[in-house]
Design a protein around this ligand. Structure first.
Ligand code: ZN
Length: 99
């Protein structure tokens, strides 16, 4: 498997470290049902069969945090974006929805 880093171009999987599901959002300290929300954040994960966003770190390259959209059935990667840009989009979406 190869990952197309937005900064370095296509590189071998050996250069990256997998860090898990990128869709997990840390709950705020003042959210309702705080204990349940933090339990879910720390321990509960989906087992997706299909496209999912994953967090990767380019450890042997530019040290960028990346969000790769990978199909878990075929390992095909359809998109790779810088994690800080994805986080910024999520913040914008959260602000627009008011939650
Ligand atoms: Zn890179």
């Amino acid at each position: 498997m190869r990952i197309a880093c937005p900064c370095c171009g296509e590189r071998s999987l050996d250069e990256f470290v997998f860090l898990g599901d990128a869709s997990v959002m840390r709950p705020t300290a003042d959210c309702a049902d705080r204990e349940e929300a933090f339990h879910a954040y720390a321990y509960l994960r989906r087992n997706v069969a299909g496209p999912c966003d994953e967090l990767w770190f380019h450890a042997a390259g530019c040290h960028a945090w990346l969000v790769a959209t990978r199909d878990t059935r075929t390992h095909e990667i359809s998109a790779v974006r810088l994690a800080h840009e994805v986080a910024r989009e999520r913040d914008t979406t959260r602000g627009a929805s008011g939650s």
